[in-house]
Design a binder for this molecule. Structure first.
Ligand code: ACO
Ligand code: ZN
Length: 281
């Protein structure tokens, strides 16, 4: 089955309907074979069950009583809420989310073993319910110190700062765990751009405050960003010199200011006082 999947990466589903949006898909996703003869799929925006016909969805919506992702609401600020969904407790939801996400993720393996993952689903809420804008998944236990496996902002919500919000959120969870984290590789082009933007902004802000008098280890402790990612980011910004066998940060204030201007918008902030969460045990 794996091999078959690898060699038939022909896009199957061309569009999906999700909530008020009709969305064109980007990539192949291995939906069960009975869905392979249709170009469009209809998703329930709350439980993420998918159907072949509009009438089936309409019938489903009359009896589906979910108005938000299953699981615990761990963050709420204004109309923005984050839900934590345990893949073991909500297996079908986890699988549906993976099928949906794969439509927009290229070289990611689709995990059928959703038991091992937590899903952090970001929603915009109104009087009709909590509408998913994006999510990230996280292994319950990662040997490689991954704090994020897959990240997605649904296309209608992209370029509004939600991606950087999700990334920031993943690091806030790592801080609460007292661990450093890094995203699972490989990163897509868009994933790389978003991470590079996030790392640059966070590190430059601290360097500016500390006038550069800070080590990579200290930066890592403060941000939960893995030292390798910090080094790589500062190297691209040309803020690292190699002296006597050691990497040292050389943060000329003028260079910092120039980079900060280029770094662009800070985006939506995670208000940590509104995060109510304890690490998975
Ligand atoms: N063109 C150029 N730059 C872009 C684009 C784009 N289309 N999209 C994002 N960026 C860059 C920009 O620098 C942007 O910052 P700016 O708007 O301040 O300039 C930054 O990335 C982040 O933008 P956000 O609005 O915060 O991110 P968004 O909500 O669009 O989500 C994400 C980014 C999650 C990568 C989204 O593009 C996506 O879901 N892509 C498809 C799935 C994917 O590739 N996921 C990452 C795979 S890697 C992994 O999962 C570990
Ligand atoms: Zn439903």
């Amino acid at each position: 089955l794996r091999e078959h999947e690898e060699f038939t990466k022909v896009k199957n589903i061309a569009t999906i309907e999700l909530g008020k949006y009709e969305i064109e898909t980007w990539y192949f996703s291995p939906f069960p074979p009975e869905y392979n003869d249709c170009l469009k799929l209809y998703f329930c925006e709350f439980c993420l069950n998918f159907m072949k016909r509009k009438e089936q969805l309409q019938r489903h919506m009359r009896k589906c009583d979910l108005k938000h992702p299953p699981g615990d609401e761990i963050y709420r600020s204004g109309t923005l809420s984050m839900f934590e969904v345990d893949g073991k407790k909500n297996k079908v939801y986890g699988q549906n989310l993976c099928y949906l996400a794969k439509l927009f993720l290229d070289h990611k393996t689709l995990y059928y073993d959703v038991d091992l993952f937590l899903f952090y689903v970001l929603c915009e809420c109104d009087d009709r319910g909590c509408h998913m804008v994006g999510y990230f998944s996280k292994e319950k236990h990662s040997e490689e110190s991954y704090n994020l496996a897959c990240i997605l902002t649904l296309p209608p919500y992209q370029r509004k700062g939600y991606g950087k919000f999700l990334i920031a959120f993943s690091y806030e969870l790592s801080k609460k765990e007292g661990k450093v984290g890094t995203p699972e590789r490989p990163l897509s082009d868009l994933g790389h751009l978003s991470y590079k933007g996030y790392w640059t902004r966070v590190l430059l802000d601290i360097l500016k405050k500390h006038k550069g008098n800070i080590s990579i280890k200290e930066l890592s402790d403060m941000t939960a960003i893995k030292a390798e990612d910090i080094l790589a980011t500062l190297q691209t910004l040309e803020l690292i010199q190699y002296r006597k066998g050691q990497h040292v940060i050389c943060a000329d204030p003028k260079v910092l200011d120039r980079h900060l201007i280029q770094a662009g918008r800070g985006g939506l902030e995670v208000d940590v006082s509104k995060l109510i969460w304890t690490p998975y045990k």
